[in-house]
Design a protein around this ligand. Structure first.
Ligand SMILES: Nc1ncnc2c1ncn2[C@@H]1O[C@H](COP(=O)(O)OP(=O)(O)O)[C@@H](O)[C@H]1O
Ligand SMILES: [Mg+2]
Length: 312
């Protein structure tokens, strides 16, 4: 088990998470839609990819839309076209029968504008793929709250259609921003197409302290780098059990150790790089919202203001 800069792909590469894998697979087995939530870098993408490894799977990384103010149906179809390309000959053949879809080898292209394919038809083709092979097709909408930015169309009717009529399609929707995710899905809004649909929720939590320490210890051992128990404890003090930050520190520490530098320095550098990353994400967020108010809110929160003080 090594530290890695990118999400885990295979179940055997996951540290811990046996229960979450089991819960997710079981939920996918019994429900057309499953929601996976947890803060950034806690390991949602890794969990979902590993738990669905080897299944027929269409994976959409919607972080592509994170810093966009709004997106169009063509943007969504563009991502979907990329996601279905190269997956299976059978699928490409089924998609090629849909109007507005062209194929070249195993590459799939969706026409844009007026000639674009109807999303229902595309999902039907995905469902047929599952049916023809006697199994489910998992569609992962990773960071699905970004789809709330869609203008000029809504995805909820087609999601509801699929939920009710396409038994082989299983949607796994993840979100780092749980409030925004549920606001997008509107499962409990009587006016919403998805109203009343049951969608089990799987939460990915930070590692408890004992496991965070264990993760670092085993990672360093696998990399052949000696790190004192004290430094490991201190890293967990600073980074908590967010596995993405622990991995970030682990990678840096291994690099530092190989260059003959101290691991303590790596902890400092990693915390600094993390803060910088968080800062740039925050700046992007403020720019996206187009309001300096968020700067004031965060400043007040950092100074320990209470909720009512912030509101005032
Ligand atoms: N269970 C795990 N075992 C080992 N590494 C993990 C695990 N979960 C996440 N990671 C690592 O942590 C980082 C962030 O994980 P990711 O799945 O991208 O988080 P999220 O999707 O919640 O933002 C990645 O570098 C990934 O390799
Ligand atoms: Mg992710």
């Amino acid at each position: 088990m090594y530290f890695r800069p990118t999400p885990v792909e295979r179940p055997e590469e996951l540290f811990d998470r046996e229960e979450e894998v089991k819960a997710l697979r079981e939920a996918v087995g019994r429900s057309p839609m499953v929601v996976v939530v947890g803060v950034r870098r806690v390991g949602k993408t890794s969990l979902v990819k590993a738990a669905t490894f080897g299944m027929r799977r269409v994976y959409l990384d919607l972080r592509a839309f994170e810093w966009r103010r709004y997106i169009t149906l063509d943007d969504v179809l563009g991502e979907l076209g990329r996601a279905v390309s190269g997956l299976s000959k059978r699928l490409v053949e089924l998609l090629s029968r849909v109007e507005g879809v062209s194929v070249a080898g195993v590459e799939v292209r969706f026409a844009r504008g007026r000639g674009r394919p109807i999303l229902h038809r595309v999902l039907e083709a995905l469902n047929q793929w599952g049916e023809s092979e006697g199994g489910d097709v998992v569609v992962v909408l990773d960071e699905a709250q970004e789809l709330a930015k869609l203008r000029g169309a809504s995805l909820l009717p087609v999601l509801a259609y699929s939920y009710d009529n396409l038994p082989r399609l299983k949607f796994v929707v993840t979100g780092s921003k749980e409030g925004m995710l549920y606001k997008f899905l509107r499962l409990s809004d009587a006016e919403s197409p998805l109203y009343g649909r049951y969608a089990p929720r799987v939460e990915v939590k930070p590692l408890p302290r004992r496991l965070a320490v264990e993760y670092l210890r085993r990672g360093f051992e696998a990399a052949g780098v000696r790190v004192s128990a004290e430094v490991v404890e201190r890293a967990v003090d600073e980074l908590d059990g967010i596995i993405g930050w622990l991995a970030h520190f682990g990678l840096m520490a291994v690099e530092y150790a190989k260059a003959g530098k101290s691991v303590e320095e790596a902890l400092e550098a990693s915390a600094e790089a993390g803060a910088e990353l968080a800062w740039s994400e925050f700046c992007n967020f403020v720019a996206l919202r187009g309001s300096g108010r968020y700067v004031d809110i965060v400043r007040a929160a950092a100074e320990g203001a209470t909720w009512s003080e912030i509101k005032r």
